[in-house]
Design a protein around this ligand. Structure first.
Ligand SMILES: NC(=O)c1ccc[n+]([C@@H]2O[C@H](COP(=O)([O-])OP(=O)(O)OC[C@H]3O[C@@H](n4cnc5c(N)ncnc54)[C@H](OP(=O)(O)O)[C@@H]3O)[C@@H](O)[C@H]2O)c1
Length: 345
């Protein structure tokens, strides 16, 4: 099989894996392709948290004719096959039992207790294993999963909408509308792929946000707000019980309230709380002060900014963040949507 064919099959694994976005966390996104020099015999991906792994779905999808060619085939998978009993039996055992002779892997498992074990198990059984194909693309695909395990904190996306002249909000008591219906739906799409979303106290009290994903399908994300003195009124949308919610404060510790030490490092405690709750990704939605506190500490991985079509003249200025590597720039209804990754230090 040529290096180009191998890269193509691995990229097909990435495509398949992405279909599980918003459904498999805290598991990684994994796709699997079983192929020969002549083409793909079958494919699969991890569809749902707790469900079968990608390798098992690909093996189960083989036709009898495909299965008869398994000895000549190569199994491509973007994450090292597991070697332990979790919610499902080990994939490495299943590959060996099926008579697979060649496996190509992109990333190894970041968990030091597991890393390398699946590959060793395969090699010990005589399976030819190639690892490290397209690792940075694989890392990007599973950036939330890898950040969580490597840095022991969620992957952090700073996100805001600003007016054409750079304000998050005008100086009016009522919030202004910056997004269009279409860009709102796109924001809900972003929310549907992340696990939690945070707002600061003034946003909580002034905007009374609901932080839903109504305009896009997907699991409800966990809503978070900082409310040191527990000032959120009972009528707050965040207290409507509709989806998992935590309000960080200095007084109460009864759900949904979580007490933090506000004389200490609030962001660190908040990130530790998310780590302990296996939340691998966080959107910081604002306002400006909350975003700024993450920015000054370099505690973010990606930024998404929408620039609307109207100016407001004065108000809360949008944060200043060092430009990183631009990923996508798009325009919808005249609104500019820019997303970028943090510049490497
Ligand atoms: N356009 C957009 O995308 C967007 C998004 C969100 C909000 N907004 C607008 O932004 C405005 C509010 O922004 P803002 O900058 O005034 O306020 P904010 O960021 O919503 O809230 C800031 C307050 O939250 C608390 N806080 C935040 N981070 C903290 C930390 N790490 N540790 C301890 N406390 C922390 C502090 O409260 P204490 O005072 O208790 O210390 C701080 O003063 C509103 O007008 C809202 O409509 C716009």
């Amino acid at each position: 099989m040529t290096p180009e064919q191998k890269a193509t099959y691995m990229r097909r694994c990435f495509q398949l894996a992405r279909l599980g976005e918003g459904r498999v966390a805290p598991n990684p996104l994994v796709g699997c392709v079983i192929a020969t020099d002549d083409g793909i015999l079958s494919e699969g991906y991890h569809r749902q948290f707790g469900g079968a792994h990608a390798e098992v779905n690909a093996l189960n999808a083989l036709t009898p004719a495909g299965r008869s060619q398994l000895g000549d085939a190569t199994v491509f998978v973007n994450l090292e096959p597991c070697s332990h009993y979790g919610k499902t039996p080990p994939c490495a055992d299943r590959l060996i039992a099926e008579g697979v002779r060649r496996v190509v892997v992109c990333n190894t498992d970041p968990n030091p207790q597991v890393s390398g074990r699946g590959l060793r198990k395969l090699r010990d059984a005589g399976v030819q294993v190639e690892e490290g194909l397209l690792t940075s693309e694989g890392w990007e695909l599973n950036r939330r999963f890898f950040t969580y395990h490597e840095l022991k904190r969620p992957y952090i996306t700073l996100k805001w909408a600003e007016t054409a002249d750079g304000y998050l909000d005008a100086d009016d008591p009522k919030p202004i509308r910056i997004s269009s219906d279409l860009t709102k739906a796109l924001v809900h799409k972003l929310r549907a792929t992340e696990q939690a979303i945070l707002v600061g106290t003034r946003t909580l009290l002034k905007d009374n946000p609901s932080l839903h994903t109504r305009r896009y399908y997907g699991a409800p994300l966990t809503r978070l707000a900082i409310d040191r003195n527990g000032r959120a009124p009972l009528s707050s949308h965040l207290l409507d019980g509709s989806q998992p919610t935590f309000l960080f404060n200095s007084r109460r510790d009864d759900a949904p309230w979580v007490r933090l030490d506000f004389d200490g490092d609030v962001i660190q405690q908040l990130l530790q709380f998310l780590y302990d709750h296996r939340i691998q990704s966080l959107i910081v939605e604002g306002g400006a002060e909350t975003l700024r506190r993450f920015i000054v500490r370099g505690l973010y991985d990606a930024v998404q900014v929408e620039t609307g079509v109207y100016a407001c003249g004065k108000g809360t200025q949008a944060p200043d963040v060092p430009l990183g590597t631009a990923l996508r720039t798009a325009c919808y209804d005249g609104h500019r949507m820019v997303s970028f990754r943090k510049m490497k230090q």
